[in-house]
Design a protein around this ligand. Structure first.
Ligand code: PLP
Length: 386
């Protein structure tokens, strides 16, 4: 059976080149990067080459790259590493839970947190950031691209506000990297998170950019790895994979790969809008990453649609989270003002480098069929259309 994967914001498949780059590090090149013998030196130089590739992707110095276990750790390190009880942090209502739940914990520890609202396109208003500043504000943490809608936040402007106010700025760029250029100098941020598995690298590895001179407390204590910013023997194979994925992500802007994905996403979106009634694109009209399309289908339960599509061979996702058996509407979609029902009827389609024209054709054939079938059995739809 054909199976098409359009859930690349959840995770991406390893590119074959990444797999080939990693393979020897599970076998003959097994050294510990801290050892002084040849195997150790070989591992060290592989880690440092990967650091250079990540630095090139982000336009920073290699020494400013700290390898982590992924996006969640990068976000935690940025927040807990910078903040002390009594400090104030400004974040937004639409952050990933890696930032939101860290912020809740920081509140319990005695920090003050401002959660900025967003507009109807899931965009933060930079003026709100300015207005939320207090004398005790230490950090602003606003994501670069939202994982559900793909909407890009005005991080360049926020970076300027942070610099003027002499406040540190962290941005979670997990969903932006590889999709739009991520340049820490242009953004003017002090900290920036990326994760390998969102850019066709392996799961369980990522990096945090830490601007030179930024005093960051580590989360983990142990050896002096990563210049004492992250203790623990380096995840050698993972880091090599991240380095290769970063190289390929960077190349994607000049070799047509990103533009190709943008074309496919646009065709998917416009065709669904034409072929299915009572649908709306969430975040439409805002700048968005080129691979993501979040669509609300009226009178549809998103979970039911995900299951029905999966049975027919198409993997997509809802923004909804299932906790204790109840389906909670997405915090992102409710923050932009969608009703709980509308938010529950939203589906995220996210494309990757492996997505083909045929994959999109397959989705375009299936989606209208499944929507029609679900609406046929929907009491709400039938009442409205009786
Ligand atoms: N931040 C954002 C915006 C994400 O989309 C994700 C993953 O979905 C994360 C952080 C967490 O990254 P990881 O899965 O590498 O821990």
């Amino acid at each position: 059976m054909q199976h098409v994967y359009l859930d690349n914001n959840a995770t991406t498949p390893l590119l074959p080149e990444v797999f080939e780059a990693i393979r020897p590090y599970f076998a003959e090149r097994f050294g510990n990067a801290s050892s002084i013998h040849q195997q150790g030196q070989q591992a060290r130089s592989a880690v440092e080459r990967a650091r250079e590739s990540v630095a090139e992707l982000l336009n920073c110095r290699p020494a400013e790259v700290v390898f982590t276990s992924g996006g969640t750790e990068g976000d935690n390190l940025a927040l807990f590493g910078m903040l002390q009880p009594g400090d104030h942090v400004i974040t937004s209502a639409i952050e990933h839970h890696a930032v939101l739940n860290s912020s809740h914990r920081l509140e319990q520890m005695g920090c003050a947190v401002t959660y900025l609202p967003v507009d109807g396109r899931t965009m933060v208003d930079p003026d709100d950031v300015r207005r939320a500043l207090r004398p005790e504000t230490k950090l602003i943490s606003i994501m670069m691209a939202n994982n559900e809608t793909g909407v890009l936040q005005p991080v360049d402007e926020i970076g300027k506000i942070a610099a003027e106010a002499d406040v540190y700025f962290h941005t979670d760029a997990v969903q932006a990297a590889g999709k739009v250029p991520v340049d820490v100098k242009q953004i003017g941020c002090d900290l920036l998170t990326i994760s390998a598995h969102k850019i066709h690298g392996p799961q369980g590895v990522g990096a945090l950019f830490v601007r030179k001179g930024t005093l960051l407390q580590p989360l983990l204590y142990g050896g002096r790895h990563e210049r004492s910013r992250r203790a623990g023997t380096e995840n050698l194979a993972g880091i090599v994979g991240l380095g290769k994925a970063a190289q390929l992500a960077r190349a994607g802007f000049s070799n047509g790969s990103v533009a190709r994905i943008a074309g496919l996403r646009d065709r998917l979106e416009t065709t669904i809008l034409r072929s299915v009634d009572q649908v709306a694109v969430n975040g439409a009209g805002a700048p968005r990453v080129p691979n993501t399309s979040n669509i609300s289908f009226d009178c549809i339960e998103g979970e039911a649609m995900v299951i029905a599509l999966d049975l027919k061979g198409l993997s997509v996702s809802t923004g909804a989270a299932c906790s204790s058996g109840a389906i909670e509407p997405s915090h992102v979609l409710t923050a932009m003002g969608l009703s709980a029902d509308r938010a529950r009827g939203s589906i995220r389609f996210s494309l990757g480098k492996q997505t083909t024209t045929e994959d999109v054709d397959f989705a375009l054939k299936l989606v209208p069929e499944v929507v029609a079938r679900l609406r046929e059995i929907s009491p709400v739809y039938n009442k409205v259309h009786a």
